[in-house]
Ligand binder design. Structure first.
Ligand SMILES: N[C@@H](CC(=O)c1ccccc1NC=O)C(=O)O
Length: 307
């Protein structure tokens, strides 16, 4: 069993790293164990495009649904065969360090999940340099509120984010939905290979289009925000699964472990899982395969919870 730790380390290990070390820790493609860095990124993008094409060719869809007035504020919905609005919704937020990726190459999990009765939503948000991190957080908040309002009979909204997308999903743990005028039926979070403390990134090349200061980074880091002001989940039954790949970098592994520990201390129904033999990219693209352990974890969480 996972035992929550005794608190954040007083001195974050990244602060002792050289610039090169930090750059490497926060370059996920440099830790892949198959294909090499470029090959892994290429495969990831190709798999995403292929899965999206297949999903659009084979599923009932609503594409480019506006969730706001901004040009980039669109989402795609992929439905299971049985036509009902009383469905669980899995909302996916793609990664790419808030500066690459799009909804049009991110429909990885649509086949396996819609086959089991889950509607899958892929959300677009304005990546940098067009969008700031604050804007992206606001856009994701509005997309979730929009889905709740459009599908009030939903059987649960589950947020799934990868890497930078897991950061955006984790920020939703902090939203005051009442202030936003909705009661969201948020039942679970699947946070895949995420980043929860943005401060180390300020000192890497990834920050060039993001332009984050250390103060910005603290203000939008769920790790910091939950440590500083623990808050109770609105729904104590809501699950938060913090999941990381065995071949993610040591810093990514540390970030996931510490975020999980912080969630436990805050009273969240959290769990931690290190998936064996997958890297930062395989953890997501393998969602195209119905027998992949992560699909089983997702489906089990959606369908066996609350029993
Ligand atoms: N240039 C980055 C790319 C990257 O981090 C990434 C690419 C696709 C999906 C997620 C990613 N990471 C975090 O959002 C790398 O070194 O791997």
């Amino acid at each position: 069993m996972d035992v929550p730790g005794q608190g954040p380390q007083s001195e974050a290990p990244w602060k002792k790293m050289s610039e090169e070390q930090l750059e490497k820790q926060y370059s996920p493609s440099r830790w892949v164990v198959r294909r090499g860095a470029e090959g892994a990124l290429k495969t990831y993008s190709e798999m995403g495009k292929e899965a999206t094409k297949r999903a659009r060719d084979t599923r009932r869809t609503l594409l480019n649904v506006p969730y706001g007035d901004g040009e980039g504020e669109k989402l795609d919905i992929y439905f299971p065969e049985a036509g009902s609005e009383a469905l669980p919704l899995l909302v996916f937020l793609h990664g790419g360090y808030w500066q690459s990726g799009s909804k049009d190459e991110s429909a990885f999990m649509v086949g396996p999940l819609t086959a089991q009765g889950v509607a899958v939503v892929i959300v677009a948000y304005d990546i940098a340099p067009k969008g700031s991190l604050d804007r992206m957080v606001d856009q994701v908040t509005r997309s979730v509120a929009f889905l709740q309002q459009r599908y009030p009979r939903n059987e649960g909204i589950y947020l799934c984010g990868h890497s930078a997308g897991a950061h955006l999903a984790a920020m939703m743990l902090l939203v005051n939905w009442t202030e936003r005028g909705v009661t969201c039926n948020l039942k679970g979070f699947f946070l895949l290979s995420g980043i929860y403390d943005l401060e180390p990134l300020v000192h890497t090349s990834q920050n060039a289009p993001l332009l984050l200061t250390p103060e910005d980074a603290q203000r939008i880091s769920p790790q910091r925000l939950l440590e500083a002001a623990p808050r109770q989940p609105a729904d104590p039954a809501c699950r938060v699964l913090v999941i990381v790949g065995q071949h993610d970098s040591p810093e990514f592994l540390r970030q996931s472990r510490e975020f999980y520990q912080t969630l436990c201390r805050g009273g969240w129904r959290a769990s931690f899982e290190e998936l064996q033999d997958v890297d930062h990219f395989e953890i997501v693209w393998k969602l195209t395969q119905k027998d992949y352990v992560l699909n089983q974890i997702i489906l089990k969480t959606i369908f066996q919870d609350g029993l």
